[in-house]
Design a protein around this ligand. Structure first.
Ligand SMILES: [Zn+2]
Length: 144
């Protein structure tokens, strides 16, 4: 793979252009020098959701969750494990539907947790309900 990917920095939001063969080489942000992939889900909100949705060349996986949701809390460790495995080929993120209510409404999130996979700003797959780490990785990989 030699083509370059645009990757939005999870720390400062800068758009980095990373050659394809450098994606797995622990790339750092050219602006803030933070790691572009931390292996942990990135918290999205009203301020950064659109940018990560529209400006990443890699797929974006979003866990729509809420603090009061028991199954969401149960899935959180599995989602952490999945993030470590899916990055840097998929940007793994989570969105608190209590905080970013407008986004949850826009995507008509009716039950949580719901996983949604986006590419080039468009939703390409959705899966409601909690899953284990292996199932999350398998599901996201098969749709991306
Ligand atoms: Zn940065």
């Amino acid at each position: 793979m030699s083509s370059a990917s645009h990757i939005v920095c999870p720390h400062c939001g800068a758009i980095n252009r990373i050659p394809g063969d450098r994606l797995t080489d622990a790339p750092k942000c050219g602006k803030c020098h933070g790691a572009l992939f931390t292996g942990h889900p990135l918290a999205l909100d009203d301020d950064n959701f659109q940018r990560h949705l529209a400006r990443n060349d890699i797929p974006l996986l979003v866990d729509f969750w809420a603090p009061w949701c028991g199954p969401c809390k149960m899935m959180a460790p599995a989602y952490e494990q999945a993030a470590a495995q899916l990055e840097p080929h998929i940007r793994v993120a989570k969105l608190n539907t209590e905080v970013a209510q407008a986004i949850a409404a826009q995507y008509q999130i009716r039950s949580i947790p719901t996983l949604a996979l986006f590419r080039d700003g468009k939703e390409i797959a959705r899966q409601p309900g909690a899953m284990g780490a292996a199932d999350i990785v398998r599901w996201a990989t098969s749709h991306s």
